[in-house]
Design a protein around this ligand. Structure first.
Ligand code: AMP
Ligand code: MG
Length: 354
């Protein structure tokens, strides 16, 4: 399959004629059952018509994703919600008022128009209203309901720049809208509203604290921050190896000096074995590491920057064929919880405390 690739600016509503034409083409492709990768404020999505079972099957095939791993349905306006869920609880209204459009996904009871192919066989559906202007326009032009997982091959870090969408999806889907770098860089927060107490299944930019301030009591799924191999996570997707670079990744937690010393000692050992090493650090210490490839995810104090850069850095290690990677650990308050959740999963929960 020849994949059409078109550039589009995400920071303006005033599209050029070429951009308008690209959006219309993308919308038509989705309406006709095809697949289009597009930017959102979280990560790039791989979109198909959420109400067409054949489109969802194509999404699973293009990603190599297990078909019991449900997709998130993206909508552009609040009216669209009523058609795909059985009931809109008070908590959903409050959360939508506070965080939509934006990086929050809600799990609700699905209604009949949503095929089981889209929900991985479940009776519930995940719904999000993105804020990204390109995503919103595309949703409108393609009929109102786009099922979209992240636009990466299953298991790889989600793409935050179009280059990695092209790397994974060129030849596998109909079209890619290249909107440059995304803003947030981590997938949406997922909150399950079908349980008696709202439960966070995946942390993200909207933090647990922010959710509590809006709806009161909120639980965290027990598999969120630790090894879930023995548990059945409520978000089926979280059980799969995720976000992972090809190299073996270990997170190193401890006092700053101890972390730098431990990592440099390990790098010395790797060098003796002729293994290519990498480090994920932060601005303050990155110059001190002796690895073959050292990448800073930014200033430790600026969690937003760390979130935005993490996946790109994980991908860059693959580009450089790094075999063993060490990463500094991060505090788990605020969006730091989402950063550590992804890093721990990418590392398969390999953590060294020094
Ligand atoms: P991705 O599309 O790659 O961002 O992954 C979507 C995530 O949402 C996966 O971890 C899914 O398991 C989760 N998810 C989607 N729909 C549901 C649902 N109905 N119930 C629970 N988790 C869901
Ligand atoms: Mg994904």
């Amino acid at each position: 399959m020849k994949t059409i690739i078109r550039k589009i600016r995400r920071d303006t509503g005033a599209y050029t004629e070429q951009e308008k034409e690209a959006l219309r083409l993308a919308g038509n492709i989705i309406r006709e059952g095809g697949l289009v990768a597009f930017p959102t404020e979280t990560v790039y999505g791989l979109g198909g018509d959420a109400l067409n079972p054949a489109s969802s099957r194509k999404i699973y095939a293009a990603k190599g994703r297990p078909s019991d791993n449900p997709l998130i349905v993206h909508i552009a306006d609040r009216e669209a919600l009523g058609r795909i869920v059985r009931d809109i609880p008070e908590s959903a209204v409050k959360l939508a008022d506070a965080f939509w459009p934006g990086p929050l996904t809600m799990i609700l009871e699905k209604s009949d128009p949503v095929p089981r192919e889209t929900t991985g066989g479940l009776d519930t559906v995940a719904v999000r209203m993105p804020s990204d202007p390109v995503a919103r326009e595309l949703i409108r032009l393609s009929g109102g309901y786009i099922a979209a997982p992240s636009a990466n091959l299953s298991g790889k870090p989600s793409p935050t720049v179009a280059k990695y969408v092209v790397q994974d999806m060129d030849g596998r889907i109909d079209m890619i809208l290249d909107g440059g770098d995304v803003e947030i860089g981590l997938e949406s927060t997922i909150v399950d509203l079908t349980s008696p107490v709202p439960t966070v299944l995946r942390p993200g930019y909207v933090t647990v604290q922010m959710l509590r301030e809006t709806v009161g009591e909120v639980q965290e799924d027990c598999t969120m921050m630790r090894d879930d191999s023995g548990q059945a996570p409520k978000a089926p997707g979280m059980k799969y190896r995720h976000y992972a670079p090809r190299g073996e990744l270990t997170v190193v937690d401890g006092a700053r000096e101890d972390v730098v010393n431990y990592i440099n000692t390990q790098i010395g050992l790797l060098r003796a074995q002729n293994k290519k090493s990498g480090v994920i650090g932060t601005d303050a210490d990155i110059e001190r590491y002796r690895a073959d490839v050292c990448r800073s995810v930014g200033d430790r104090g600026s969690e937003d920057t760390v979130a935005r850069r993490l996946y790109r850095v994980l991908r860059e290690f693959d580009d450089e064929d790094v075999e063993v990677i060490y990463a500094e650990a991060f505090d788990t308050d605020g969006i730091g919880q989402a950063v550590m959740n992804r890093l721990l999963k990418a590392a398969g929960y390999r953590v060294v405390r020094v």
